[in-house]
Design a protein. Structure first.
Length: 318
């Protein structure tokens, strides 16, 4: 099941636009770099970009849960651990949890470790989660541990790993790693580096979602999805421990792909905007044995790794 047209729940719409007086005002040039943004800008981010992240995470999580054989490993769980790297105001956290709640009847609690560089976003997230927990529509208790960490080097990523002492069912990073690429924070591919540190934190049947914008770098002819696929594929070639499950084409082609340009499109509706559009690229990885169990007999989809004329959306189509 793949859902790309999503409406924010009324109770969440109320929290965003009534309780927090969030503002809808797209400012794509100003969201390129977020660590030092002000309180007022974070309100704008909450009203404009939080719903998009919610929709992306909700759709991707339902897509994961619909993979044949996946749900049976989660259906009896009462507690789930989630880590969000560069969480912002937490749209992807809520989207993931609402999707999980809809499919896991025994789920009672989600433990969230959330890291971001912007102190105002972390403050928003803490209070937002309090209101979400009190919403009658949420039957799952969210225990959140939001922490402000400014990442200037590999050392801070190591700090996050050292602070994480549980195996995670879901690890995610949404539309954030492009900032490290743009500002040349690391002297290697940031997607590859971050995956190498976070993937070992997965539980046996956990998934790692890496999503980012589908735009072109300011100083290059390359698109972020190309750089993401180059980095992830290079890391996966170095180890036999992990494989991709989404896009399914990557499961078969990641060993030969040199980095193709992919994107998926989500539409989100809320009181301020009907069918707001968000274009992203994403990969979902898990441990190799689990990936093989899920996808070993699935038909191979077309993608630009093997056909340069393939539709850039086609790898996400089942």
């Amino acid at each position: 099941m793949k859902i790309n047209n999503i409406t924010i729940p009324r109770w969440l719409d109320k929290i965003i636009y009534d309780d927090f007086n969030a503002v809808y005002e797209p400012r794509p040039a100003e969201v390129v770099y977020n660590p030092d943004q002000s309180y007022d800008f974070v309100k704008l981010y909450l009203g404009t970009y939080f719903p998009r992240s919610y929709a992306e995470a909700y759709g991707i999580t339902l897509q994961i849960l619909s993979i044949k054989g996946f749900l049976e490993h989660f259906i009896k769980l009462e507690e789930i651990n989630l880590l969000d790297f560069c969480c912002g105001t937490g749209g992807e956290i809520i989207g993931t949890i609402v999707a999980l709640q809809s499919k896991l009847p025994n789920l009672k609690r989600v433990n969230v470790d959330a890291f971001d560089a912007n102190v105002e976003a972390i403050r928003f997230l803490y209070h937002l989660m309090s209101l979400v927990n009190n919403a009658s529509e949420m039957r799952v208790e969210i225990i959140i541990n939001p922490q402000c960490i400014f990442i200037e080097s590999e050392r801070e990523i190591k700090d996050i790993v050292n602070l994480s002492n549980v195996p995670y069912h879901f690890i995610m990073s949404f539309k954030a790693i492009n900032e490290f690429i743009q500002h040349k924070t690391f002297n290697m591919n940031a997607y590859e580096l971050i995956a190498s540190y976070l993937l070992p934190l997965l539980s046996q049947h956990g998934v790692f979602i890496m999503s980012d914008v589908a735009t072109k770098l300011n100083d290059s002819t390359m698109f972020y999805p190309q750089i993401m696929n180059v980095g992830l594929n290079r890391f996966l070639k170095k180890t036999s421990l992990y494989k991709s499950i989404i896009p399914t084409a990557c499961f078969n082609h990641e060993g030969i792909c040199i980095g193709c340009y992919m994107q998926d499109t989500f539409y989100v509706t809320h009181r301020k905007k009907n069918r707001d559009i968000s274009k992203v690229a994403y990969r979902v990885l898990c441990k190799s044995d689990f990936a093989t169990e899920l996808l070993d007999n699935i038909p191979t989809n077309s993608c630009r790794a093997t056909n340069q004329l393939a539709d850039k959306n086609s790898p996400y189509i089942y």
